[in-house]
Design a protein. Structure first.
Length: 391
């Protein structure tokens, strides 16, 4: 007869084996779930990452003047895509700040081709939408790089058709105190509070691009992030890897939250068959592009200045305007200030980036310098002429 002790020992051993098997089975299931979730997560992200050779090779272009990003938005219409807004963002190698050139969707561009690796051959007028519908992101990125004579190292494309879906994915997006969903948010996103100014509408939409990046990179549960990316992927395309996208969002977060220095593409709006298009100014464009990089300085001919008479002396504002125009600044307005009691001259920057205003201030002796950011203001710099300017 077997001893009671032996039977108990075998039962304990059997229970330990069962527990070990259950533990290994449970561990296997967890690893399988994590692996599947990881594969699905990577698969979802790969759906929005362009891995074509031309996209993978973008970052290999020389980066002597920093890293350049191209952001643009698309809107579908009758089977064709319309390029609405483009932002060319230059991030210098020093990493101290960034500068942005806004390119409206309705801009007239030449179709350029590289010839022998250096020369450019002009082939008629195009718009960014023409480029995109003819050759997709590849042709658009190529032509913008040739137009600005600066390489594009990374690009981010967002299809505005996904705005409604993304707003619903987030359970609505809070705007002006209300959580807007679906079509309501899309309508606000498209129009904002400005209906006539291309730059203001584009900056309004850029705020949404920032929200989109935050959705993609903020810390969430893996499955929740997977579902978000899965819904966003059809409306977003980029050459950036997941890690690069995170770094990109961190670097440019100030641009999305509060634009630093956004320069509108220099040129004149002209009427062509009832529609207005921007015809770029080649000389101003050349001056702008040459200044990209570490020592980026906005060309004076692009710095807009308003001059206000704050001391009551007739003609004094015009006199100051002539001085600044002689130095190359663009005077866009001469008027009276809110009163004539200003003792000291004031130079006020309407941009977050104050360098243009500081450049103006050196020609206004003993002036007081201020920064009052006003994105809707018609001039980058305001000069109030006080009594201190008088001989």
């Amino acid at each position: 007869m077997r001893s009671t002790f032996s039977i108990r020992q075998r039962k304990k051993k059997k229970k330990r084996l069962q527990k070990q098997r259950l533990f290994y089975l449970f561990t296997f299931i967890i690893l399988a779930v994590v692996t599947v979730a990881g594969v699905r997560f990577l698969g979802s992200f790969q759906a929005l990452q362009n891995k074509e050779d031309w996209a993978k090779n973008l970052h290999r272009a020389p980066q002597d003047n920093g890293t350049n990003f191209l952001l643009y938005g698309l809107d579908g219409n009758n089977g064709k895509e319309t390029v609405e807004d483009l932002f060319f963002i230059n991030y210098p190698a020093t990493g101290t700040s960034f500068h942005t050139v806004f390119i409206p969707g309705k801009v007239l561009l030449h179709h350029l081709e590289n010839k022998n690796g250096a020369e450019k051959e002009v082939q008629s007028f195009y718009t960014p939408s023409h480029f995109y519908n003819e050759g997709g992101a590849e042709l658009l990125v190529q032509q913008i790089a040739l137009f600005l004579d600066a390489p594009v190292h990374h690009y981010l494309e967002i299809n505005y058709g996904g705005v409604s879906a993304l707003a619903d994915t987030q359970g609505g997006i809070v705007s002006r105190g209300d959580a807007l969903r679906g079509r309501d948010y899309y309508n606000f996103f498209k129009q904002g509070e400005k209906k006539d100014e291309p730059l203001e509408k584009a900056l309004h939409r850029a705020g949404f691009l920032g929200d989109l990046l935050k959705v993609l990179v903020e810390k969430k549960g893996k499955m929740e992030l997977y579902h978000t990316i899965k819904k966003v992927a059809p409306y977003l395309e980029t050459d950036l890897s997941w890690k690069e996208l995170r770094e990109f969002q961190i670097i440019l977060e100030p641009f999305f939250d509060s634009p630093d220095l956004v320069i509108s593409l220099p040129g004149n709006w002209r009427d062509f068959d009832g529609e207005f298009y921007l015809e770029p100014d080649p000389l101003q464009l050349a001056a702008l592009c040459k200044s990209l990089g570490e020592n980026f300085i906005l060309p004076r001919e692009l710095v807009t200045v308003e001059i206000l008479n704050g001391c009551g002396v007739a003609g004094i504002a015009t006199q100051v305007g002539e001085i600044l125009e002689k130095e190359g600044f663009q005077v866009v307005k001469i008027d009276n200030a809110d009163n004539f009691e200003y003792q000291r001259c004031q130079v006020i920057s309407r941009l977050e980036q104050a360098d243009p205003a500081k450049d103006v201030a050196q020609y206004i002796p003993e002036s007081e310098f201020y920064k009052e950011y006003l994105p809707d203001h018609p001039a980058m710099v305001t000069v109030i002429v006080g009594s201190s300017f008088l001989p």
